[in-house]
Design a protein around this ligand. Sequence first.
Ligand code: COA
Length: 299
Amino acid sequence: MKMESPFKADIMKGKVALLTGGGSGIGFEISLQLGKHGASIAIMGRRKSVLDSAVSALHSLGIPAIGLEGDVRKRDDAVKVIESTVKYFGRLDILVNAAAGNFLVPAEDLSPNGFRTVIDIDSVGTFTMCHEALKYLKKGGPGKDSSSGGTIINISATLHYTATWYQIHVSAAKAAVDSITRSLALEWGTDYDIRVNGIAPGPIGDTAGVSKLAPDEILNKERQHMPLFKLGEKWDIAMAAIYLASDAGKYVNGTTMAVDGGLWLSKPRHLPKEAVKQASRAVEKRSRDAPVGIPKSKL
Ligand code: COA
């Protein structure tokens, strides 16, 4: 379903956003929507072909955009990409950390190097990007006055709120990302007026994540106890990003917003609703009929 944005078309006007993993999937939809709402977009990614097609799609809509090759695991790449963004657009206001690695694997079959690879991309990569972007995002940085800083959005997940089968590496990595979000919100919110928040998407249709991690037959079974009984859309995540990145979210700092229709709360229903009504009526009746007070002999 194509939805109109509820935000004003110029809500991000004059802002410059850098997105890691912004060339495909959820990252690209955030690039697109930030651009449609007036921001200039820099996309960082490992694959030139993905960057080229994302940038030409943005250009075709009149959105100023550049693609910059780099791997968030390499500090030199992070520095180079951030500097190129500021050199090209003159400032940096929004950093979105959307680059992530993922695959399904039982813990017993995952090598320590496989575990480390995902931690390196998701957790260390997120910290590296934040760390290297700080001097441009902080209040008084290029294009900013002495009282207002930029903002950071870290794309997380809900996997680690409980535990998720075959996702030990990603769960650990995203738990660290949420912790980074809170610590930076505290330190950089206080010292530099930078708001740092996260978004934890649920299952979003039409993404590599869902087709790779949750095949149709599993999703169809799960739908029976999904609170909103439907998959999300990339648009839902992008609207959350606009809320957090714009002044609409100016008092929101240090939170990771779950955008999953309430799915992480879901449990299979253990009793049909009618059975609960019957059972609770029976309990009420039993307690009405029961004698009041405890006989002295039982005390
Ligand atoms: N199952 C088990 N282990 C795996 C694996 C899989 N599917 N994929 C990678 N690994 C392990 C490798 O075996 C290796 O460990 P080892 O050296 O002990 O054998 C380690 O992870 C690194 O693998 P490698 O292929 O060298 O890493 P890479 O840097 O080229 O890429 C990913 C790893 C995770 C980044 C890659 O799978 C990827 O690009 N995924 C796409 C990102 C994605 O899915 N994004 C959507 C997010 S929802």
